[in-house]
Design a protein around this ligand. Structure first.
Ligand code: CP
Length: 340
């Protein structure tokens, strides 16, 4: 009898160069860098579909699946929207916070993650003050891990909800994300770039879609080296010159919790970088104003700007739920549509 068609793979002469093993789990979202343009299109389309779906039907998608929220840092928007997103899909959620768990007694990230997995968590959403913590947790547990902000590194779902907000204003109705989707769009990011994971994720994402990204702030909060972060990124120190070129103006707060020994005169800072109604009217009268929150009224922007007609800050918050539904669904879906 002739042998059947079982194929044997010839050994490679030399082993392939090891690529990064991350993410181990195809459902994870550790960095915006992990997402192809197809995956971005897929997530944005799913966010809209899930947002428009009948809530009772939607609640069957992840009915009784178990998701842990592991938060080592404070959060209002990210934590609440992830929780509402997971519950909106029918999942059971549990919150573990560093303030009220055995983390306070010294339990490590690894042991906390393994404990949550042993308790039945099928995915973990983590916020942590250390850059890279989400990667470590994924490596230890091999569960789908969603990065809800790791130190000064990345905040991928924030960048996705920012993108959804920008598209709604500048490219309404767009269905497919390409390398030209944001051609001709300048996004300025002003403030504490040094400590901002939101800035980092947006700097990794927006130029891939054709946007020009201007970084603006004083050297203490924006070192010159930031301009080398990638193509499509430049530094403009003069805030009014940055505003004049921007269709999207993203303001950031000064992260007092990460600033140690920083010499910064707040009156000088406000004089140079505060977004006021006068500056907006003079230099960016049609720009969309974004801010990841929390906003500090009277510091990086005035109350009038925060509450004004150009502000899309609360739209960003609302978009957080839709985007996180899509990301949570993808984390636990067997069909990883759009992943490449
Ligand atoms: N944008 C953001 O991460 O806000 P929270 O810290 O409130 O989650």
């Amino acid at each position: 009898m002739t042998p059947t068609t079982t194929k044997t793979r010839r050994p490679l002469a030399t082993p392939p160069i090891a690529a990064s093993p991350f993410p181990y789990n195809p459902g994870s979202l550790l960095s915006v860098y992990d997402l192809t343009l197809e995956a971005l299109s897929y997530l944005l389309a799913r966010a809209t579909a899930l947002e428009n779906q009948d809530p009772l039907t939607r609640a069957r998608i992840l009915a009784k699946r178990r998701i842990a929220l592991l938060f080592y840092e404070s959060s209002t928007r990210t934590r609440t929207s992830f929780e509402l997103a997971a519950k909106g899909l029918g999942a059971d959620t549990t919150l573990v916070s560093d303030k009220s768990s055995s983390i306070e007694k010294g339990e490590s990230l690894k042991d906390t993650g393994l404990t949550l997995r042993a308790l039945g968590a099928e995915a973990i959403i983590i916020r942590h003050p250390s850059s890279g913590a989400a990667w470590q947790l994924e490596a230890e547990t091999r569960l789908p891990v969603l990065n809800a902000g790791d130190g000064m590194h990345e905040h991928p779902t924030q960048a996705l909800l920012d993108l959804r907000t920008i598209l709604a204003h500048l490219r309404p109705g767009i269905e497919e994300i390409t390398a030209e989707t944001l051609s001709g769009v300048t996004v300025s990011i002003t403030g504490d770039i040094l400590h901002s994971r939101v800035a980092r994720s947006n700097m990794l994402l927006l130029p891939r879609l054709g946007a020009r990204v201007i970084l603006c702030g004083p050297p203490t909060l924006l070192p010159e080296v930031a301009a080398q972060a990638g193509p499509g990124i430049e530094i403009v120190r003069d805030f009014e010159a940055a505003l004049r070129q921007s269709q999207v103006v993203m303001m950031l707060r000064i992260q007092a919790e990460r600033v140690v020994g920083l010499q910064l005169d707040l009156d000088e800072y406000k004089a140079a970088y505060q977004l006021t109604g006068q500056r907006l009217a003079a230099f960016a009268p049609t720009a969309v104003i974004l801010h990841p929150g929390p906003i500090i009224r009277g510091l990086e922007l005035t109350a009038g700007v925060a509450d004004g007609p150009q502000s899309a800050i609360l739209e960003q918050v609302r978009n957080g739920v839709a985007i996180r539904m899509a990301v949570v669904e993808r984390a636990l879906a067997t069909d990883q549509g759009g992943r490449a």
